[in-house]
Write a protein that binds this ligand. Structure first.
Ligand code: ATP
Ligand code: MG
Length: 358
């Protein structure tokens, strides 16, 4: 019997310092030997968002302890792992560099292979930690910096079907929370306070809902929330109504756009039986899960979400992506550098900025 592959994963692309030790099991999913995440929420709370230099400093202060703890908790010595996977992009360069450099050092001194993981591939493959996923599948990636529909043909093989032309969905949640003074981090608070409000109270715009295929846009919706938030004058009821109406509008947009993406996926792959994987921080939102699960029942496809603890940033998904790449011999050189921008589909058109035609 061949030994099951074990990887150390490191993640420092934004405001979570994380390390994990993951072993592939005989079922083709993962045994989580340890999953340590140190969130910097308290550091960034007073600024209402991530401050790159503060984030980088916190990563530097914590990373050795976090990696040490992950190794200790897993009961694995460094010489028992098969490789080191560390996020190499996309993200904040000053933050990525911390994890990448320590990953390189560990790989070098222990003579293990290094995999520089695309953070987005980490999200894309994350449900595989718990469930057997089947290629090709349709991916809806909704996170703090990205909102995309992709065909995942295999590890390292992506075709983008649609993307946001302005804000990412997580960003829209965070900005809505900020405008409504619902606290930081935004997404979970908008979800929480939406439950207290009337979702039909405000009629908000649904940008490009009837055009541009499965591309997405949230900037006009955000501006409408800003305009209405200025008229609230501290009325808590209205605040919750606005949060609820925002959440409802998001669900309407995602329902319609996912339907289009499913049709595109079927046409391109000629597959009727397939999985839709919804991943990234926003995939933790329960009403989005209910909404898309309803669509999967209506359109008869399988829908899979990562375990809640693997929706937001974590190092288990990075170690897991590292194992999948290692199995395909996609090993990196020790001289790889961090990348702030790193699309999964390198051929996809850049969909932001002036002159964009939809
Ligand atoms: N329950 C929720 N409802 C809506 N949004 C949520 C929820 N929980 C988390 N989020 C949002 O998820 C985002 C964080 O996700 P994630 O950690 O994947 O993003 P990121 O790593 O910063 O960006 P990216 O992965 O694109 O580089 C934040 O914008 C946060 O508000
Ligand atoms: Mg992320």
């Amino acid at each position: 019997m061949t030994k099951n592959i074990t990887f150390l994963g490191i993640e420092t692309s934004c405001d979570e310092t994380a390390a994990a030790v993951i072993r592939e099991n005989d079922e083709g999913t993962a045994d989580i030997l340890s999953n340590v995440v140190s969130s910097q929420i308290e550091e960034h709370k007073k600024f209402g968002g991530v401050v790159p230099e503060l984030a980088a400093r916190a990563h530097l202060e914590n990373i050795e302890y976090i990696i040490d703890t992950a190794l200790k908790q897993s009961g694995t010595a460094i010489n028992e792992i098969d490789g080191v996977a560390t996020t190499a992009g996309p993200g904040l360069i000053v933050c990525l560099t911390v994890g990448l450099n320590i990953g390189k050092s560990i790989a070098a001194f222990s003579n293990k292979p290094l995999i520089g993981v695309n953070h987005l591939e980490g999200h894309a493959l994350s449900p595989g930690l718990n469930e057997k996923i089947k290629f090709p599948y349709l991916l809806l990636l909704i996170s703090g910096g990205h909102s995309q529909y992709l065909i995942v043909k295999d590890v390292n093989e992506y075709e983008q079907l649609g993307t946001t032309i302005d804000d990412a969905l997580g960003e829209a949640f965070d900005k809505t929370a900020k405008m409504l003074d619902l606290g930081y981090p935004g997404g979970p608070n908008v979800e929480k306070f939406s439950k207290e409000g009337d979702e039909n109270f405000y009629k908000l715009p649904e940008p490009i809902i009837n055009k541009a295929g499965c591309n997405l846009s949230f900037a006009g919706l955000k501006t409408a929330v800003l305009r209405e938030s200025k008229k609230i004058n501290g009325d808590v009821k209205l605040k919750y109504n606005l949060a609820a109406s925002f959440q409802k509008t998001i669900n309407k947009i995602l329902y319609k756009k996912t339907k289009i993406a499913v049709e595109m996926f079927k046409k391109k792959t000629k597959k009727e039986n397939f999985q839709l994987i919804v991943a990234g921080g926003v995939a933790a939102n329960k009403t989005i899960r209910e909404n898309l699960t309803q669509l999967s029942n209506e359109m008869n496809f399988e829908i899979i979400y990562p375990d809640l603890k693997f929706c937001g940033d974590n190092a288990s998904m990075i170690a897991w992506a590292g194992i999948q790449r290692f199995k395909k011999d996609l090993i990196d050189d020790l001289n790889i550098t961090a990348k702030s921008r790193w699309p999964l589909d390198k051929k996809a058109p850049y969909m932001k900025g002036p002159g964009l035609k939809l």
